[in-house]
Ligand binder design. Sequence first.
Ligand code: TYD
Ligand code: MG
Length: 457
Amino acid sequence: MATKVKSAFVCNDCGADYTKWQGQCTECHAWNTLSEIRLGSPARGGKTLRSGFAGAVDSAVKTLADIALDEVPRISTGTGELDLVLGGGLVPGSCVLLGGEPGAGKSTVLLQTLCKLAENHSALYVTGEESPQQIAMRANRLGLPTNKLEVMAETSVETVCAIAEQKRPKILVVDSIQVMHMEEVASAPGSVSQVRESAAMLVRFAKQSGTVLILVGHVTKDGSLAGPKVLEHMIDCSLMLEGSSDNHFRTLRSHKNRFGAVNELGVFAMTDKGLREVPNPSAIFLQRAEEISSGSVVMIIWEGTRPLLVELQALVDDSHLGNPRRVTVGLDQNRLSMLLAVLHRHGGISVGDQDVFVNVVGGVKVLETSADLALILAVISSFRDKTLPQDLVVFGEVGLAGEIRPVANGQERLREAAKHGFTRAIVPAGNVPKQPIKGMQVIGVRKVTEALDAASC
Ligand code: TYD
Ligand code: MG
């Protein structure tokens, strides 16, 4: 019987797949974006279950306890912040996706890391965007060791896999996945089907050979990786390098990690000598003005496995618009609207006729709710034009009933603040430590009104 070649239809914009062609993608609602891709031929064999697999079942199915655990040593990248985000280093046979906007510094951070790693581990850097000369020039300019790292300019995945098969590097970097292509896929490089098939082949090679695969991926304007859905389930660890061009700090965050904590944050600074790691990020985000103005407060957020002290600023000003503005940078705008409603209902303070702007200093994006209390105090401080004490730190979640809810890792947050010289903290009552923290006066609060009293606002 002739084997039927299976095909699927994939949306070039969002990566959703369908068994039949249709004019509009039901996921992203784009028109005419579906293209056909051929799937690999079905597995051959055709043994009946009863006869063919009877013996195989015993060897294939095991309890977890029977599986031998080989402790695979992680490969340290030599950069503390990168190791931290990876959860302790690179795991052999794992696939890491490094995403970021063009110009974020993905190629730079990989070149710096790989040049040093190549001293002890064989490494191959496949470049599809820059020429080997450009890479060599950059490595020389940055003063990196250049005699060990092997570089190849190639965009064909088949060739990359064939060469990697012979050379067997321990670490393989492909910069970037969007320029890679496979002969047997008909669509253009960068399309979802090319990205998906190319990544699948590279990942297969990495898993079979135990190579660490690092894929570079460009993000689109809205911050998602091109073809995000198709890549995310294949890889083990997805890192995102973020930062704006007007700011020389770059943050590296893990969005998915099968071998460590997610949302771990590493901080780098882009200098004329490449990317430098910033081992104590709280110190840089806390460079406050000599004279503190109203609307500024320091909050303690939790990033992955460590606390981070960041300044939050609010500006509340008379609005001339019928619909006053609610603008946030680094925070969720809906959260701001919600907290302003709580403040009105349970704190008796209305800012309905005011524009409210909130900014997290240093370009940090805050994803957790422990910033709620800081946000409320910053808004009130600006509204009343009353400065909050310079040595005050704040954290805590605010509920819709105006209650202040405890957050995780309260002790560690307070200890970090004490390390940086803060002496007063307003925190949820549930987070007040049983043992006092040296040099720190901790005020526990249960309601928004109590928090306002504690901050004398
Ligand atoms: P690059 O690593 O090429 O970005 P990506 O691979 O993510 O597209 O980084 C390029 C940017 O970094 C560019 O805007 C210049 C800046 N840069 C420096 O400021 N200093 C340096 O030493 C290097 C190498 C780059
Ligand atoms: Mg690049």
